[in-house]
Design a protein around this ligand. Sequence first.
Ligand code: HEM
Length: 130
Amino acid sequence: MEGNTANERTVKYYRLSEVEERNSSKSTWIIINYKVYDVTKFLEEHPGGEEVLREQAGGDATESFEDVGHSSDAREMATSFVIGELHPEDRPKIQKPPESQVTTFPDNSRYVRAALYDTLVLGTVAGFCV
Ligand code: HEM
């Protein structure tokens, strides 16, 4: 793709219209925090049920996803369904997600930071115990 070559963090951008077409049980895409998720294979496994995902199919599910207060495990699980990002030109067409949740793809920094923090805290606690 022009303009995106020689970039190892190449992101696949989808137009809103492309996402909107994926609104059936054959192919279910949703947008959360400007990222595009293919949840087709996850429908039956979703602990919150298939129906809530179907209702959001082909559109922006950010608000409903955040309203549920999904656990960090759920957020981590979600990263495995990311197929790309909403095209920047289409972002104003949907509701702006909370600033804190917007990151660029792929996003591992949060987990790396969490792991470092855990090591530090556990290391200190272990130090006191011995
Ligand atoms: C890739 C996207 C998603 C993933 C990986 C995911 C994953 C999960 C997981 C692991 C849970 C169990 C509770 C937890 O760990 O927080 C859960 C619960 C739930 N999810 Fe999702 N979810 C996704 C998207 C959504 C969306 C878009 C909605 C709303 C439209 C939704 C609604 C719910 C509800 C209502 C529950 C049940 C909460 C409860 O019983 O307390 N989820 N989800």
